[in-house]
Design a protein around this ligand. Structure first.
Ligand code: GLC
Length: 732
């Protein structure tokens, strides 16, 4: 008996050993990724390599079934995990397990000026993507706020390349720490929606490198982002999804990007260019849905059969195919085939807490006369809440970032919970119509009767909270189209004037992802810039309005007084929106506050501006030395004191000016910031390290960054429009 047992055990052991010996390296989770990639590649036929490079459905692409290499599942978006769609449709599949946590829009995250919250944001949304078994999260977006009309500004991080860079890195690190690839987008120069599919953008190399590339470069070199999405538009005559300069020279060459270039959906237009100009994964090209049937199946994608045919005929070198396949395999081994891939969570209390914190810290107090805010519960008997944005859902619409959510607490619900339903009276005030993609559908309600009803409510109230702004309708904060004017839509300016006539204690709360003109700015006692605040919108707003939370947000973009004051609108149509074929960024590097400062135009509200319920004193600015070499780090020191009676936070901002330079430079550029929380009366000494190399400009002659010796003025303040400390240093 024993001998039989031993014999069986020996056979079993030998089978195990041979199995282990036969275990291919790519499945050996203890092996380094690069070895596993090379091994998998060596086992794949050309057909299998090509099949990695294009979609098999609306949001997925093939793995290698024969080898057990999983498919790649992508999903939108930057603010939450999009609902499941049908195989080859944009429309929802009506699953019942995919209602997600809606996090605040990225303009809100940026307005926190708090990179720690970016990490919290990325980790939280990464857990939701992981739980929904996504390989790639199609976000974050870091296109620059060049014009207040851009329909997708709400998805991005504002007008300043340094702020965008500091805020995008931790978000990506957070997402990827959960074993999900982030996909920074849209690379590059997709800074408007008008003619986005083809407009041919051009600009100076300085503007490209100093304004539009830094956030992408930080995503690649600091956050090590695992994928990047090509933009729809053209740049210097080539579509960005297959643009040799952008993808081969800058991204994969200079920046050493080792991840996957994914096209935007429908952004690919040519096989030769897609093969040779740096694209790795083609998504979203038109198809009628099925690989084997239909007039345009997936197998007809530019990187599908045409690519395979070219490989077999020797038209395309196999090294091009191997490079694409390597990158996609690397993405898979970093995510779904990673040995220590964490688990996710979905609609967890932690995610609601994160959404609340980010919303609370992102809200910006723009005006607050006679201490209108905070309004403690119980102070007034009757509070009128007026405006459609107090009740309308702001997580649906807006294009690809639209969400099917587990819940969304509206401002009215939040305020009612805070003040009690006996003290709140609501009136719609204005109506905007449904959020329909691609066209406007005005409301059928009568505007005048809505105003009359709102005036009646306001007249009999102690104070009025007007809650309006923009929304996710077409021509508002929505993908696929730009806004048509800087004004508040749907008759809101007229309504605000009407409310002020019957009750001067009317505060304005704007929920939007863009600046708006404010004809009533001098007539209202208080203004709050809220953002698309997500699931916890109501609680966050009510916490700030009631004083439970002291607002600490700062504007991530300037508010112009009128559209013509904005740089992109100063040089006529060729500069914005272009002539329908070409566009040239004539303002060059002078985007946002860089423009307002240099042209001495006063904005309505400055980049970096935001009030608090307490007050702060920025103490003396000092540096460890006064003379530096180009490779030095400057140790900047200052004190910050809370001179008021409430706990709060201030954002100290350090701007730099290079007064004498062979090229024109902005009056100042943000090069460091720090958000400091202080108890009443508390003083903190803050030290910041600032690299002299960060003061460089892009030298078009040298085609590289350059810094000229001489004086540099360090300027510290709590907004780009409020510098309180200056110190001159010399760079040798
Ligand atoms: C859209 C957007 C992009 C999105 C993709 C998939 O057109 O431009 O941001 O991730 O297609 O929905």
């Amino acid at each position: 008996m024993k001998s039989i047992f031993l014999a069986v055990a020996a056979i079993g052991a030998s089978l195990l050993v041979t199995a282990q010996q036969k275990q291919p390296i790519y499945l050996d989770l203890s092996k380094p990724i690069e070895e596993r990639v090379e091994n998998a590649l060596s086992l794949m036929a050309a057909e299998e390599k090509v099949s990695l490079c294009y979609a098999q459905s609306k949001f997925s692409s093939k793995g290698v079934p024969r080898l057990g290499i999983p498919e790649v599942w992508t999903d939108d978006g930057p603010h939450g995990i999009r609902e499941e769609v049908l195989w080859d449709e944009w429309g929802g599949a009506n699953w019942t397990n995919d209602s997600c946590t809606a996090f605040p829009a990225l303009t809100c995250l940026s307005a926190t000026f708090n990179p720690k919250l970016s990490l919290l944001y990325g980790t939280s949304i990464g857990e939701e993507a992981r739980y929904r078994n996504k390989t790639v999260l199609l976000g974050p977006g870091v296109n620059i706020y060049r014009t207040p009309l851009n329909g997708r500004n709400f998805e991005y991080l504002g007008e300043d390349p340094y702020l965008s860079s500091r805020m995008v890195v931790p978000y990506i690190q957070g997402v990827q720490s959960i074993g999900v690839a982030a996909c920074v987008k849209h690379f590059a120069l997709n800074n408007q929606e008008a003619w986005r599919g083809h407009i041919n953008v051009d600009l100076s190399d300085r503007a490209l490198n100093e304004i539009y590339l830094p956030a992408f470069k930080a995503a690649v070199q600091e956050a090590k982002v695992w994928s990047i999405m090509g933009a729809y538009n053209q740049f210097r005559g080539r579509h960005c999804c297959h643009n040799d300069l952008l993808l081969n020279k800058i991204l994969k060459g200079d920046w050493k990007f080792d991840g996957v270039v994914i096209s935007d959906w429908g952004g690919v237009h040519d096989t030769d260019q897609a093969v040779n100009n740096g694209l790795d994964l083609e998504m979203g090209t038109y198809t009628d849905g099925l690989t084997t049937k239909g007039k345009f199946p997936y197998s007809d994608y530019y990187l599908a059969n045409p690519f395979l045919k070219g490989i077999k005929e020797g038209k395309y070198d196999i090294t091009l195919l191997d490079d694409k396949s390597r990158r996609i395999l690397r993405l898979i081994f970093r995510t779904t085939m990673s040995p220590n891939r964490p688990f996710g969570r979905f609609v967890s209390p932690q995610h609601s807490e994160a959404a609340l914190r980010i919303a609370q810290e992102g809200i910006v107090l723009l005006k607050n006369e006679q201490q209108f805010f905070p309004v403690p519960a119980g102070q007034y008997k009757k509070i009128a809440v007026i405006g459609e944005n107090a009740t309308r859902s702001l997580v649906i619409g807006g294009g690809s970032s639209s969400l099917k959510v587990a819940y969304e607490q509206s401002p009215l619900e939040g305020l009612t919970a805070k003040y009690g339903k006996d003290h709140i009276v609501y009136s719609l005030g204005y109506a905007s119509g449904p959020a329909v993609y691609g066209r406007e559908e005005p409301s059928k309600l009568n505007a005048d009767s809505l105003i009359a009803a709102a005036m009646d409510v306001a007249k009999h109230a102690d104070i009025v909270f007007f809650i309006g702004g923009l929304n996710k309708n077409h021509f508002q904060d929505c993908e696929g189209g730009d806004r048509q004017s800087l004004s508040l839509p749907f008759g809101q300016d007229k309504l605000i004037d009407a409310l002020l006539k019957v009750n001067k204690n009317t505060a304005v709360v704007l929920l939007s992802g863009n600046a708006v003109s404010m004809p009533w700015v001098n007539k209202v006692p208080a203004i709050i810039q809220g953002w698309y605040l997500g699931a916890e919108a109501g609680n966050a707003l009510a916490d700030v309005i009631s004083g439970e939370v002291n607002p600490s947000g700062k504007l991530p973009f300037s508010f112009p007084k009128k559209l013509e004051d904005n740089a992109a609108h100063f040089y006529g149509k060729i500069s914005y929106p272009g002539d329908s074929v070409n566009q040239y960024y004539k303002e060059d590097i002078l985007v946002g506050y860089r423009w307002f400062d240099t042209k001495k135009i006063a904005p309505q509200f400055s980049f970096g501006f935001g009030l608090s319920y307490t007050s702060f004193d920025l103490g003396p600015l000092s540096t460890d030395r006064l003379t530096y070499s180009k490779d030095d780090v400057i140790r900047v020191k200052f004190t910050l004191k809370n001179t008021g009676s409430r706990y709060g936070a201030e954002v100290a901002q350090l701007y730099v000016n290079d007064p004498i330079c062979t090229v024109p430079r902005p009056v100042k550029e943000l090069k460091a910031f720090e958000k400091v929380f202080l108890q009443p009366g508390e003083t903190k000494t803050v030290e910041l390290d600032v690299k002299v190399a960060d003061f460089a400009f892009y030298d078009e002659g040298k085609k590289d960054w350059n810094i000229e010796a001489g004086d540099f003025m360090l300027q510290m303040g709590n907004s780009s429009g409020n510098i309180s400390q200056k110190i001159k240093i010399v760079v040798k």
